[in-house]
Ligand binder design. Structure first.
Ligand code: ADP
Length: 653
């Protein structure tokens, strides 16, 4: 697959006759379809074999929902479907669980909803079913107004390789595995999945999952500024579902809400309102008078003594609206579907207050967040045993302007790097190779003096979190999945490779997550002199969210390394001590130690330790029945991950 995807990409970059271009494009898109099916099958067999574990780490629910829309809003837009999120007000946004797997299930269900619906809406709702101590059951549902499914078909669809009718594959593609995988994942997350559908009307897929409720850390609590509380807000949207959802969200934020379904009604309502409305949320796409035109007329209306603040909800094609909104001086633009945190930020922003966090609408516009470094002229060592893959890799890398040398296996790579320490700017490392594999080679390279700063990027066919973690633990900095996607490869290399003679890349930044972008260290020269250890801090450190930690430490990498070392040396044995205290029946000592550990771990963004300590602490507090073996094991494992990471720092610095 690597060869097919990579070579067809390269052929498409050459000059071709139209017919040839068409044929190669088809090869490429068929390869992508086939790849999706292979990935489904692999995923499914891994689950069947009991090889998939779900993790429990803190995540932000709104982000999971946003990532689903980021992927699917383009497709929904093409079909003129409207997507909505309806998250009940009492659902905590800070949760602990497996965000990636939850996202995978949602992506599959929402993807199907969009695929099998031609007209109408797709609504994703989240509500809380029950809480018990440190955990809660959440219910997600994905409702569409599409084709629907007959009763007989409903019962079979969660079985592998089943599609509703035989023409489905021909019309829509797919493998019939998505729902089987979703069912298994949901069960692994402690829930169940079900389906209700009426042919010709639509379908609703509902699933539950068990999530952890870490103690609120503060940053997700939204406080409406005093002077905005109770203010009057008018919602203008032709879509009845959007009106209901927006009203509920706004009322939960304390606002007094009225809704209308068109521009002319809005103008009439505003002109007659006593006291006046202070804020108008305007949908852009409305039949007749659209949101922009409505805003224009509101601004020019003679009977409005005070023009309210106006925030425009743009459906999909944001760029066009942004262009057309220029000169209108609106107080905000929000892409739909909105979630509560984005809505809240936009409102607070519209009134010039400091939002609790930066509006996502803006961060989404610059997903990379940092200026692109040129790759031209950098030297890369490609370590790969397969001849075809060598050819593809070399061509892809050369296409990015890099100079490429090839090693057949890990042993040869070490010899080449040892021969000339400063020669290479990065290593692209295959994992499975004869003589010496990628892990062993990386570990050996990390022992060589003078190569701590050499970026090593794994090329892995295995996208499981455990595999990624193994790469990072071996000392690699990053990974790209196989078959190599050229754009992904470019992004990863740009993150790591410094153009010759330029300063090092700044701190951790992830594509699609601009909030992780950190301020660059202003004086690299000085930093070099003072902080040899800080420079060796890898971007990804298993067990520690370095992005979060560094933001807390104002980007001081050196300090973070010191604090982590101290943390490891002072707290590595805490889980054992806590175990002993509990065995002795000294609950008080155990509780105090867990609490202390949680606090320090939280500060250093040692997320798993923090989450496990929080869960253990709640269990102790609520007098859950002893023993606390499972929680203690989790805590010990989480702690071990961090101490191993810190130990790897010691080697490389
Ligand atoms: P795939 O989409 O790859 O075919 P899935 O397991 O996700 O596999 O779905 C199996 C089948 O269930 C689909 O092929 C389709 O026939 C039916 N299906 C799933 N979701 C919907 C939906 N929202 N509306 C109508 N049919 C659906």
């Amino acid at each position: 697959m690597n060869a097919i995807v990579g070579l067809s990409y390269l052929v498409l970059k050459t000059e071709l006759a139209p017919r040839q271009r068409d044929h190669v494009s088809r090869i490429q898109s068929s390869a992508h379809d086939l790849l999706a099916i292979i990935n489904d099958i692999l995923d499914f067999s891994k689950i069947e074999a009991g090889k998939v574990e779900v993790e429990s780490i803190p995540f932000d629910l709104d982000r999971v929902l946003t990532s689903v829309t980021d992927t699917l809003s383009g497709k929904a837009a093409e079909k003129d479907l409207e997507m909505h999120f309806q998250v009940a007000a009492d659902v905590p946004r800070a949760l602990a669980g497996d965000a990636m797997r939850l996202g995978q299930v949602l992506l599959n269900l929402v993807g199907n909803a969009v695929k099998f619906t031609d007209k109408g809406d797709v609504v994703v709702s989240v509500e809380i079913v029950s809480r018990s101590g440190p955990t809660a059951q959440l219910r997600f549902s994905v409702r569409d107004t599409g084709l629907g499914i007959t009763k007989e078909e409903c019962d079979r669809l969660f079985e592998p390789f089943v599609q509703a009718d035989n023409s489905t594959t021909r019309r829509f593609g797919g493998s019939g595995l998505g729902l089987a995988i979703s069912k298994q994942l949901v069960e692994l997350m402690g829930g169940t999945i079900s389906l209700q559908s009426t042919p010709g009307v639509g379908s609703t897929f509902t699933f539950t999952v068990t999530v952890g409720l870490p103690e609120q850390t503060g940053q997700l609590v939204r406080m409406v500024p005093m002077d905005l509380r109770g203010m009057r807000v008018l919602v203008v949207d032709d879509n009845p579902i959007a009106r209901i959802i927006l009203r509920a969200s706004l009322e939960a934020m304390s606002f007094a809400v009225a809704t209308v379904s068109s521009g002319p009604e809005a103008i009439e309502k505003l002109a007659a309102a006593r006291p006046p409305f202070e804020l108008v949320l305007l949908d852009w796409r409305m039949p007749g008078m659209d949101g922009l035109e409505t805003a224009r007329r509101i601004k020019a209306h003679p009977a409005l003594s005070r023009v309210p603040r106006m925030v425009l909800l743009t459906a999909y094609d944001c760029e066009e609206v942004v262009r057309r909104a220029e000169g209108l001086d609106l107080d905000g633009l929000l892409p739909k579907p909105v979630n509560d945190s984005v809505l809240f930020d936009a409102i607070v922003d519209a009134f010039g207050r400091d939002a609790a966090s930066a509006p996502r609408a803006q961060t989404a516009a610059s997903p990379d967040g940092h200026p692109r470094a040129a790759l031209a002229g950098a030297r890369v060592l490609l370590v790969e045993d397969n001849k075809l893959n060598q050819m593809v890799g070399q061509a892809l890398l050369e296409g990015l302007g890099l100079t490429v040398e090839i090693a057949e296996n890990g042993q040869q790579a070490i010899t080449m790097i040892e021969a000339e320490r400063d020669h290479f700017d990065a290593v692209l490392m295959d994992l499975q190779m004869p003589v010496m594999d990628g892990y062993a080679a990386t570990r050996a390279l990390r022992e060589l003096p003078g190569t701590a700063g050499l970026p090593i990027v794994a090329v892995t066919a295995n996208a499981l979190p455990s595999e990624r973690e193994r790469c990072l633990q071996a000392g690699m900095n990053d990974y790209v999945p196989k078959p190599i996607d050229p754009d992904r490869l470019r992004v990863v290399l740009e993150r790591w490779v410094q153009p010759r003679g330029a300063p090092a890349p700044s701190a951790a930044s992830y594509p699609g997550d601009a909030s992780q972008v950190l301020p660059a260290s202003p004086h690299r020269g000085e930093a070099d002199a003072q902080s040899a250890s800080g420079e060796g801090l890898p971007e990804i450190l298993p067990g520690v969210d370095t992005g979060v930690a560094l933001r807390r430490l104002m980007g001081n990498r050196d300090l973070l390394v010191r604090l982590l070392r101290q943390f490891a040396s002072e707290h590595a044995n805490d889980p054992e001590h806590i175990r002993v205290s509990l065995a002795r029946g000294d609950l008080e000592a155990a509780r105090a130690a867990v609490h202390r550990l949680k606090g320090v771990a939280g500060n250093l963004a040692a997320q798993q330790v923090f989450a496990s300590a929080a869960l253990l602490e709640s269990a102790l507090r609520e007098g859950a029945p002893a023993p606390f073996e499972a929680q203690l094991d989790d805590l010990a494992n989480a702690m071990k991950l961090v101490t191993q990471s810190v130990a790897s720092l010691a080697v490389s610095t």
